[in-house]
Write a protein that binds this ligand. Structure first.
Ligand code: ADP
Length: 388
């Protein structure tokens, strides 16, 4: 129900303006923030995504406080696409044919792909001669080998319905792994990196020589780490067991697994926000303490398994809301990783909150980094590369 936007000068990579449309289809709130100025919030009717796109373009060219003289100044639009199935292993120009192919993946992401396509259609209508590029959340993970993406299910379900691991947050995993190589002064080809994208939605990936070889989210973003409100991995038989006991349908149960589980559910409803949970744990709340310990433990277990997947690890990176800001979580994860020769520099880690930093000791066998993700910049770079 929301639409985020940024206008980026591709030469300087500066953000000229950014904002958000919220409550699309309900009432509508537009947030607009030109660089170096305060945020402005307007209430504006947004019955559908088309009107939201229209309002954004109108705001950007508003003679009073817009940053563009005309929409002709927009050279290209990069769209974040959620699910590209097996069809898209890289970003692509959005032509009629390509959009039909994206539509054929709707079944795999029924909540996300259709509104994205409506947004693309609205942009194409309002900017008919401007190139549009699709940057897929799944694309970076398409290099996974079959042993990483195939599930332990009858093969016919892969053949008939394309049921396999796809993974998400690919734009972030790619951006962060490339940036890690840069700040470590190494070539991506020479590094084995575990990227921990820990936000409200969390995923982790193994990037070997610049290519993703495994990732924790699956056919949908429900698999893998414990998240803000998603359960992550669990015994699939739990679904039938709970449906029977609580008299729920499978789709009601999936709603619980997506929206009422994770740290929110495990903490007995304290919050999905890690700041609230940390505050509760610091006040002595035992359930909050176990919730956060379980969260950190799951992250550490994945780091261990991805080290095996790559037969080694050179760097572990923390990114996204929790990974970038929650310095208190890092020792909770790293205490399980001593066997790999991981040594956290706690003072450096405390300093690296919301900013880049190397947070391992000079003796650590594995480098630890905090790298704020920047999906918008990554989308802009991919877009520029295709339209240049
Ligand atoms: P998403 O993009 O998946 O919605 P983000 O990457 O923006 O999520 O992360 C949002 C989460 O980051 C919030 O739920 C909050 O728990 C966490 N977060 C943000 N700032 C902090 C902080 N200073 N300390 C701990 N957690 C934080």
């Amino acid at each position: 129900s929301s639409l985020k936007y940024q206008v980026i000068d591709s030469e300087t990579e500066h953000v000229l303006a950014k904002g958000l449309c919220e409550r699309i289809g309900i009432d509508g709130v537009l947030t607009y923030q030109p660089a170096g100025q305060d945020k402005i919030k307007y209430e504006a009717a947004m019955p559908a995504h088309r009107q939201a796109v229209e309002l954004v373009l109108k705001q950007l060219t508003n003679p009073e406080n817009g940053i563009l003289k005309s929409i002709d100044e927009i050279d290209a639009v990069g769209h974040r696409m959620v699910h590209g199935g097996e069809k898209f292993a890289c970003s692509t120009l959005l032509t009629d044919d390509v959009l039909k192919t994206v539509e054929s993946c709707n079944d795999l992401a029924p909540l996300h792909n259709p509104p994205t396509l409506v947004g693309v259609a609205a942009c194409r209508e309002l900017l008919p001669t401007t190139p549009m590029v699709g940057v897929f959340d799944t694309a970076f993970h398409q290099t996974m080998p079959p042993e990483a993406y195939i599930y332990g299910l009858p093969y016919e379900y892969y053949e008939k319905y394309a049921v396999r691991r796809y993974g998400f947050h690919g734009t972030s995993h790619k951006y962060v792994s490339l940036r890690a190589a840069e700040i470590l002064g190494k070539k991506p080809e020479d590094l084995k990196i575990v990227v921990c994208h820990l936000g409200n939605g969390s995923s982790i990936s193994a990037v070997d020589g610049g290519k993703c070889v495994d990732t924790s989210m699956g056919l949908t973003p429900l698999e893998g780490l414990i998240m803000g409100t998603r359960s992550g991995d669990l015994d699939p038989a739990i679904i039938e067991y709970l449906c029977n006991h609580e008299n729920l349908t499978v789709s009601e149960m999936l709603n619980i697994l997506n929206k009422k589980s994770g740290v929110l559910g495990m903490s007995g409803g304290i919050s999905s926000d890690f700041r609230d949970l940390n505050a509760a744990a610091n006040e002595g709340n035992e359930v909050a303490k176990v919730t956060l310990e379980a969260y950190a433990y799951r992250v550490a277990k994945y780091i261990g398994s991805y080290t095996a997947a790559m037969n080694g690890v050179d760097a572990i990176t923390f990114t996204a809301g929790v990974g970038e800001n929650a310095a208190w979580l890092r020792p909770m994860v790293c205490k399980y990783l001593g066997f790999l020769g991981v040594e956290l520099d706690e003072a450096a880690s405390e300093k690296a909150c919301g900013v880049e930093g190397i947070i391992s000791t000079p003796e650590s066998k594995v480098k630890l980094c905090v790298i704020p993700t920047n999906e918008e910049l990554a989308i802009a770079r991919e877009t520029l590369a295709l339209v240049k």
